[in-house]
Design a protein around this ligand. Structure first.
Ligand code: SF4
Length: 283
């Protein structure tokens, strides 16, 4: 499969993730480097299906070993599968940037082989962009829940923003709809990001420049209307995440019924788009 075919599959597969606004990171252009990151305003254009148009928004792979009920990429679906190499993603990013199509990269992934295996590929992409291509533009990458804290830290020093999707407001919904995901694995990667950021606070007061660790912070995404959680559950969970792991932003994503089978447990999707708007307003 050539890169153009992979791009078609993996750009389309990424469109359901809405947690990719790029505000909050500022880095000026510098001699010998390519690109810059603006404090705000470089990524606020959205298409109707949630695609953010000024970032190159991709999945590294859609070949997932998990079987989340709500997801087009789940392993039980019979769909075309593809995976980039780190070299391909780095080259695509630079080619798109130089043509002025994009201002940065948003890279997510299905869980291939294991969380650590997948995370290592994403880190390789970031290393190639930052160290080999001297790409100084905006990078947002997903952290795969359950990833080793050392890998989370390595990634955080390379990119502007990270996000791990909490998916649902309650563990009951997570168990029902994403049975391979562990609430503890999601929480632990979020805490790794928070703790590393806090450990660097004293260095910010030092006269020598502190290393930059996820300067645009971390965000997450919750699906609205697929589980049993009501709006209060969702907002209560969001509030506790803002306080406990210092999230910059919780994104809400109305459930899209991409799979032919009904949701388990007799759940009927409840006005997901209306509720998405409502929880955004309340948030
Ligand atoms: S882990 Fe779940 S939500 Fe993520 S790509 Fe795989 S099946 Fe989809």
């Amino acid at each position: 499969m050539d890169v153009a075919d992979k791009l078609k599959i993996l750009a389309d597969a990424a469109k359901y993730d809405v947690s990719c606004a790029s505000s909050g990171s500022e880095r000026k252009g510098r001699l010998g480097a390519v690109g810059s990151a603006a404090a705000s305003g470089i990524c606020h254009s959205w298409t109707a299906d949630g695609r953010c148009v000024s970032l190159l928004k991709l999945l590294y792979t859609n070949a997932c070993r998990y079987d989340c009920t709500y997801c087009i990429n789940r392993r039980s679906n019979d769909i075309p599968r593809a995976a980039f190499t780190p070299e391909e993603v780095a080259k695509l990013t630079m080619d798109f940037y130089r043509r002025n199509y994009i201002e940065g990269l948003f890279l997510s992934s299905a869980v291939a082989v294991s969380p650590d295996h997948t995370m290592e590929r994403l880190i390789r992409v970031a290393e190639m962009l930052r160290h080999r291509e001297h790409f100084n533009g905006y990078i947002h990458m997903k952290i795969i829940p359950g990833t080793d804290p050392d890998l989370v830290r390595r990634l955080g020093y390379l990119v502007d923003r990270v996000s791990a999707n909490i998916e649902f407001a309650t563990e009951e919904d997570l168990r029902l709809l994403a049975p391979d995901k562990q609430a503890q694995g999601i929480r632990s990667v979020m805490l790794s990001v928070r703790d590393e950021g806090m450990a660097l606070l004293p260095a910010l007061r030092s006269p020598t420049p502190a290393p930059r660790f996820v300067p645009a912070g971390q965000s997450t995404q919750m699906i609205v209307g697929a589980g049993r959680s009501n709006d209060r559950d969702i907002l209560t969970r969001a509030e506790s995440l803002y306080r406990q792991v210092q999230l910059k932003r919780v994104y809400y994503s109305a459930y899209v019924p991409v799979n032919p089978l009904a949701l388990p447990g007799g759940i009927a999707p409840a006005a997901p788009l209306l509720r998405e708007h409502r929880v955004y307003q309340a948030d």
